[in-house]
Design a binder for this molecule. Structure first.
Ligand SMILES: NC(=O)c1ccc[n+]([C@@H]2O[C@H](COP(=O)([O-])OP(=O)(O)OC[C@H]3O[C@@H](n4cnc5c(N)ncnc54)[C@H](O)[C@@H]3O)[C@@H](O)[C@H]2O)c1
Length: 275
């Protein structure tokens, strides 16, 4: 039997690369899925594609920075499928990197917009999904965070801070609601590239990431979708309050490893010699 038969999932940012793949992966496991996103035409296109593959999916567009829109999406899920068992808080402020470069130059509107999409939005979806989950006997919330919330970096200040807020929200909600049957976890995603889109990332940037990934490839949307399916299903019934890295081991080791690897390899060949 499929892992999510009889469950209703709500996926935000479902027109995007990870969200659309996650909606598909949840539907493949038997979930009925409500897809939502700001970009209505792209959202409709993804929904129609999943429907044409035989999946029981519906969509409603909305802006995650607008509480009325979020309430409307939650109401739509209740009217269409009776409520929500799984919430994948995946929508994200992914288009701000070129301006999110430093704090002395930070436009405060940019900071507020990123927090509003990445932290306030997931909180509001939790606000409307949790009562439905409690009424249905439990549920699972999966928040899509980022490795940038776990370590320092030289850019993406607003983004990193917003994802760190999501991590704290995850642990607090897990603490409050797991005893009542609602598990809450986050995925700290590494660099994820849609297959076929690798050429959009310059080769030398890809090489930097690959030199630090213990699994020697870049991540794909399916890597994240598979973890969402696991966290949404009863396979993870003893997992809650966790920030789980899905990054090919990018954050699992000392930062010096990529530089030290050839030196230690040289020392294995010539013991006692620094190469
Ligand atoms: N791709 C990566 O390398 C990576 C790494 C770490 C974390 N993440 C996180 O994964 C999630 C999905 O990212 P992605 O790579 O699929 O990016 P994406 O840009 O393809 O998808 C993000 C989606 O969020 C939607 N969105 C943005 N603002 C919105 C708003 N105001 N209201 C409603 N929807 C809105 C966009 O329309 C888009 O479809 C994000 O939370 C992102 O921060 C991605």
């Amino acid at each position: 039997m499929a892992l999510l038969e009889g469950k209703v999932a709500l996926v935000t940012g479902a027109a995007g690369s990870i969200g659309s793949e996650t909606a598909l992966a949840l539907a493949e496991q038997g979930a009925r899925v409500v897809l939502t996103d700001l970009r209505a035409p792209e959202l409709l296109a993804v929904t129609e594609r999943l429907k044409s593959q035989g999946h029981d999916v519906v969509c409603k567009a909305g802006d995650i920075t607008n509480e009325d829109d979020i309430r409307a999406v939650a109401d739509f899920a209740a009217e269409t499928f009776g409520g929500v068992d799984i919430l994948d808080n995946n929508a994200g402020a992914t288009g701000f990197s070129s301006r999110d470069l430093d704090i002395p130059d930070m436009p405060v509107e940019l900071w507020d917009q990123v927090q509003s999409i990445n932290a306030r939005g997931p909180m509001l979806f939790c606000k409307y999904a949790i009562p439905s989950m409690l009424a249905r006997g439990g549920g699972s919330i999966v928040n899509i965070s980022s490795g940038q919330s776990l370590s320092g970096d030289v850019s993406n200040f607003a983004y990193a801070a917003s994802k760190a807020a999501v991590n704290a929200l995850t642990r607090h909600l897990a603490t409050a609601y797991s005893p009542k049957g609602v598990r809450v976890n986050a995925i700290a995603a590494g660099l994820i590239i849609q297959p076929g889109m690798e050429q959009r990332l310059p080769a030398h940037i890809q090489d930097i990431f690959l030199s630090h990934c213990l699994v020697p490839r870049l991540g794909t949307p399916r890597d994240i979708a598979n973890m969402v399916v696991f966290l949404a299903s009863d396979l993870s019934s003893y997992v809650t309050g966790q920030i789980l890295s899905v990054d090919g081991g990018f954050t699992a080791h000392l930062p010096s490893v990529a530089d030290m690897r050839p030196i230690i390899d040289g020392m294995r060949k010539a013991p006692g010699q620094w190469s």
